[in-house]
Design a protein. Structure first.
Length: 92
């Protein structure tokens, strides 16, 4: 589980391409392509080193008010952990 004060930064080699409501992350070194839905794009855009996890969760909860806060917290945690494993983001 991630710490609520953790901040994240995007890996500079990753290419992000918005597409409709979602977008794609592409790693030219591994040739991996990852689709992000609308929520994923919102989370990824907050990975700029400025927003701690707790603030990110608050922003996502505010943007998607129809989703319960505890579900947002779990989903954001799991999503960030997956991005970390794939080396698309790093802990700042």
């Amino acid at each position: 589980m991630l710490k609520k004060e953790s901040r994240f930064i995007r890996n500079g080699r990753i290419v992000f391409r918005p597409e409709g409501q979602g977008g794609y992350l592409y790693d030219p070194h591994t040739e991996k392509l990852q689709y992000l839905n609308q929520v994923g794009v919102s989370v990824y855009e907050l990975c700029d080193g400025c927003h701690p996890l707790e603030e990110m969760i608050g922003r996502i909860s505010g943007e998607f008010r129809d989703v319960p806060a505890d579900r947002v917290r779990g989903d954001v945690d799991r999503f960030l952990e997956a991005l970390l494993r794939m080396d698309y983001i790093r802990v700042a």
